[in-house]
Design a protein around this ligand. Structure first.
Ligand code: FES
Length: 87
């Protein structure tokens, strides 16, 4: 199970964390990986960025996630990781 925490602290909230949560939920459904990913919110992870939202995947913190780079982030850090775990 992959734990994905989207920061909903005030800085990330202003930069669109609600939208990123929505994109994440949709992408997870689309790929039918609901049983393999746990989505959660988190308070400020301490990595507020000038642009975008902070997302923590297990112990890795990714900053600057926006709707534009979301797919890239998702494929690389979530989908790939899950596919690798299956092998
Ligand atoms: S508010 Fe998200 S990292 Fe600080």
């Amino acid at each position: 199970m992959l734990i994905v925490q989207v920061c909903v602290g005030s800085s990330c909230h202003l930069k669109g964390s609600a939208e990123i949560v929505e994109l994440l939920q949709k992408a997870v459904e689309e790929h039918h990986i609901e049983d393999e990913v746990t989505l959660a919110g988190s308070f400020c992870i301490g990595k507020c960025n000038r642009v975008g939202v902070t997302i923590q995947v297990e112990d890795d913190v990714h900053v600057g996630i926006t709707r534009d780079n979301f797919r890239e982030f998702f494929n690389k850090n979530i989908l790939n990781v899950i596919q690798a775990e299956r092998k």
